[in-house]
Design a protein around this ligand. Sequence first.
Ligand code: AP5
Ligand code: MG
Length: 192
Amino acid sequence: MTNFLIFGPPGSGKGTQSVKLASEFNLIHLSTGDMLRDEVAAQTELGKKVEGIMQRGELVPDDVVIQMIAERVDSNPGSEGFIFDGFPRTVDQARALDNTLAVKNTSISKMLMLEVEHKELVNRLVRRAEISGRADDKDVDIIENRIKVYKEKTEPVISYYKKENKYLPVNGMGDIEEIFNRLSKALADCIN
Ligand code: AP5
Ligand code: MG
């Protein structure tokens, strides 16, 4: 198994690139944001609990997402690997992920960090707001809050993987195919 994290601030292209990479390298794409939005859309107990938090651009509690990821990893035995998108977002989530993977005798190979300028992040999300229906894209203040929360709570996760020599920055500026080619090269180097 070869497992990757795709990392970066809101709007950096994690979702866009994960879908393409999962298909190219036969990996299972796990996005906690997508899973949580499904819960909200279905108005499950969990969905009702997290809806307001997501609308404000804050993080949902660690235990919620840690459990979601553990369940998905458990329910996909024999896969060639996972690409984690939007998880881990705190150091506690990173530790929990390591434990979940260790039980399966596997680990994270690389953290692929998408580097994108602040202005471009906001532009992409404002543009998406016109079509996505995502509550957390609708207001520039909420977009800015998501980026602030990323800087405060999620950026410390970078040091966690740097210490393990797993950190790999990738230029996330440019067109989608160009960035995909950069990421594909990085993944291919790890898999082979
Ligand atoms: P999540 O769904 O993870 O959202 P996010 O991190 O805010 O990021 P986005 O999904 O908006 O951006 P992305 O990097 O995936 O970029 P995308 O490819 O979509 O989380 C949402 C919420 O859920 C959180 O705020 C939190 O409340 C909760 N949550 C989720 N996980 C959690 C966790 N682990 N712990 C706690 N809470 C959690 O691209 C963005 C746009 O740009 C798209 O329109 C795309 O088409 C466009 N685009 C992409 N690439 C390019 C390009 N190269 N050029 C031009 N446009 C581009
Ligand atoms: Mg996303």
